[in-house]
Design a protein around this ligand. Structure first.
Ligand code: SER
Length: 317
């Protein structure tokens, strides 16, 4: 492995994937691509970085040509709630950005491109526990863009030989960098509320069950699928990965056990509630388990404990 380029490296996942890749492949080989939001100090001082606006075809070509990465992790994406509020930006980043990166990969002989998909790639007609291969039909623009990424990935693999891979990530819970206007963000914001104010007002109803995953597992799933020996598997950019599933009231109950004075109230946001209601409760990830040995490490209780410890340190020193 010579070089790895990560787009969207200042985002919630990039801020943790880049240090993990640098620990594995050495600092100078992992280039953190960013656009508007500054990189975290850890990522900025830990190794090389480059400006890359994935919506700008010429800039993507130039950056990929100069770095000549073996692997690209293409993380730039506008999340679900944001996408509904700004379709123009979501189209440019989530559709054109994917196309620009894939074309640059073909032109520069990039071996592998990892494009994360999401639970958003499913819709109301998907069974509540989503099989890997099932009816998808998402109803939101973000989800449609994720199905586009999956299909484009599988198509580019067979049409061009660039090995495009991806996992359908659940909502990601983490403490280093907050997510940017997704639907599952409450499961991060609740910890900030608990630690800073002992209370949180949730924008999803108490019984809204969604698949979730702690960041270390998400990072492992992305590196795991990138490095897996997939042989001639027909799955590439579309692997379900599952970890935990819970409702806001179940998460609040676990937090309350640790912090009895914690109080949760609800003020439902119709936009995000509708998106959440269209997504499955859990993902059947048996294909990823069988084909490349995926398995998560964190359960709800261990995740809550780790979030409390690290976020309290971050917020209160
Ligand atoms: N966490 C994402 C969102 O809420 C789902 O992939 O948009």
């Amino acid at each position: 492995m010579n070089k790895i380029l990560v787009t969207g490296a200042s985002g919630q996942i990039g801020s943790e994937l880049v240090p993990a890749l640098r620990a594995k492949y050495s600092d100078e080989n992992v280039i953190a691509g960013w656009r508007r939001k500054p990189l975290t100090d850890e990522v900025a001082v830990g190794g090389p970085s480059v400006h890359i606006d994935v919506t700008n075809r010429a800039e993507v070509e130039k950056v990929v040509k100069s770095i000549k990465p073996d692997y690209i992790y293409h993380l730039s994406s506008i999340l679900s709630a944001s996408a509904e509020l700004n379709r123009q930006a979501a189209y440019a980043v989530n559709f054109e950005g994917v196309f620009n990166v894939l074309e640059a990969a073909v032109a520069n002989k990039t071996a592998r491109v990892v494009i994360p998909s999401s639970i958003g790639a499913f819709g109301p007609e998907t069974p509540r526990i989503a099989p890997n291969d099932t009816i998808q039909k998402p109803t939101g623009l973000y989800g449609i863009s994720k199905v586009f990424g999956e299909l484009m990935g599988n198509y580019y693999y067979s049409a061009t030989g660039v090995d495009v891979r991806g996992v359908r990530l659940p909502g990601i819970i983490s403490w280093k960098v907050e997510p940017a206007a997704g639907t599952t963000d409450y499961a991060v914001a609740i910890f900030y509320g608990a630690i800073l104010e002992c209370r949180y007002t949730c924008y999803l109803g108490p019984d809204t069950r969604l698949p979730m995953m702690y960041m270390p597992d998400a990072v492992n799933s992305l590196i795991g699928v990138a490095e897996a020996d997939l042989g001639d598997s027909r799955h590439r950019a579309d692997f379900n990965v599952n970890a935990v599933s819970f409702t806001p009231s179940e998460l609040a109950a676990v937090i309350k056990k640790r912090m009895p004075e914690f109080e949760m109230t609800y003020e439902v946001d119709p936009l995000r509630q509708a998106i959440a209601d269209s997504w499955p409760d859990a993902l059947d990830d048996s294909v990823a388990r069988e084909e490349w040995g995926w398995s998560p490490q964190f359960e709800l209780a261990t995740m809550v404990e780790d979030m409390f410890t690290n976020l309290t340190k971050k917020l209160k020193g």
